[in-house]
Ligand binder design. Structure first.
Ligand code: NDP
Ligand code: MG
Length: 382
């Protein structure tokens, strides 16, 4: 049976790999809507290849440019802006919405899709970090299923199949450790943007690549895991595993530990989310433990990688604190990408912003958006 999907952020790392999965299963997946921000060259190619019914470009001028380029026989409707993004997320034919946009801009379209009871194939971790319990409760209320694409959460989700959440002792959340694994604060004082963008195992968008270097990515994933699997922060154990083969796991209360292994290839968790609960054959690379030889594990250094500690702190404090940490981090990573601040500034300023914030209980999306606005103002006053 054909599944109809929308891909929010089809031009990014997760978006293009989702389209690779569609190519692999053309007879089973149909792309109804795609969206992008700046890369209209790639959107043009994707329209010609996949003939979606909708394509949203954020800026109106880019939408007009793209429209002009397309041959007249193309039926894809070009829309723009946040309204276009929301339209793509709630398109009547789409059953599954892949949220592959980076950053908290993904929140509103995801909320809209949840309210239409769509299935969310969630890559955009910022949605859960910023919206937390509000998003989980909304999904329950509207009977919308959230299926994680993030490789660790997909692993945990797979390890949980046929078991009950209440029998979880702890979640083992693995981390590659990023390009600066084992380094000291002294060393990190002088690292460059290029050093930070040089991830050892995964090729990803720039924002998440920097987050992987600061270990904020793991911090955001701790928060994401807390909400997805309804565990206490204390039950989440971060384990640095440089080979990125064990994607995460669960220790149950009978002390049996189940983990999920695979090559570091996002197409596997993407396909799993798109076809859940079915496992579908594909041509992806097989894992050879013999070739890999060794799997090693070590402790994360929370003093050097302050951002991971801040994420645990934000979870303990609760309310809008994770929202603020996420928003501050997003703004700071942008500044770092534009060479305005240093690598260590990211953690230091995140911490100072958290100290300034008086957290509020989240009851509505407005509280979340206000906390984000507060953070942007706080950052600009630095
Ligand atoms: P990329 O930077 O590669 O792609 C981001 C996508 O979002 C692009 O399509 C981009 O459009 C679009 N986009 C960026 N800013 C905006 C905006 N302001 N408005 C609308 N669209 C926008 O990111 P990734 O694919 O790496 O990551 C996407 C999400 O998935 C993130 O939340 C990340 O944390 C998560 N994730 C990613 C993993 C990975 O392996 N890459 C693994 C696990 C989770 P354009 O390119 O046209 O400018
Ligand atoms: Mg991950």
């Amino acid at each position: 049976m054909m599944k109809h999907i929308s891909i929010l952020g089809s031009t990014g790392s997760i978006g293009t790999q989702t389209l690779d999965v569609v190519r692999e299963h053309k007879e089973k997946l149909n792309v109804c809507a795609i969206t992008g921000n700046n890369n209209i060259d790639l959107l043009e190619k994707q329209i010609l290849e996949f003939s979606p019914e909708l394509c949203c470009v954020m800026k109106e001028e880019n939408a007009l440019k793209l429209k002009k380029r397309l041959p007249s026989n193309i039926k894809t409707e070009i829309i723009h802006g946040m309204n276009g993004l929301i339209e793509s997320a709630i398109y009547y034919k789409s059953e599954i919405i892949v949220t592959a946009i980076s950053g908290m801009i993904g929140l509103k379209p995801t909320v809209a899709a949840i309210k239409k009871s769509k299935t969310i194939a969630l890559a955009n971790k910022e949605t859960l970090v910023t919206g937390g319990k509000y998003i989980i409760n909304l999904a329950k209320k509207y009977n919308s299923q959230i299926l994680p694409i993030d490789s660790e959460h997909s692993a945990i989700f797979q390890c949980l199949m046929s078991n009950h959440k209440k029998t979880i002792n702890k979640i083992i959340l693995t981390a590659s450790g990023g390009p600066f694994r084992g380094r000291s604060i002294e060393y990190l004082k002088n690292v460059t943007l290029e050093d930070a963008l040089n991830h050892p195992n995964w090729s990803m968008g720039k924002k998440i690549t920097i987050d992987s270097a600061t270990l904020m990515n793991k911090g955001l994933e701790v928060i994401e895991a807390k909400y997805l699997f309804d565990v206490k922060p204390k039950q989440i154990e971060v384990v640095v595993h440089p080979q990125s083969i064990v994607h995460s796991g669960i220790e149950y209360w009978d002390h049996s530990t189940i983990t999920q292994l695979g090559m570091p290839d996002m197409k596997v968790p993407i396909q799993f989310a798109l076809f859940y609960p079915d496992r579908i054959k594909n041509s992806f690379k097989s894992l050879s433990l013999l070739e890999i030889g060794q799997l090693t594990f070590e402790k994360a250094n929370l003093e050097v990688f302050k951002c991971l500690r801040l994420a645990f702190d934000a979870l303990d404090i609760g309310g809008t604190m994770p929202t603020v940490l996420n928003a501050a981090n997003e703004a700071l990573v942008n500044l770092f990408l534009n060479r305005k601040i240093s690598f260590l500034d990211i953690g230091d300023i995140n911490e100072r912003i958290m100290q300034k914030h008086n957290p509020k209980k989240i009851e509505t999306i407005e509280t979340i958006l206000e906390a984000e606005e507060w953070t942007k103002r706080a950052i600009s006053s630095f």
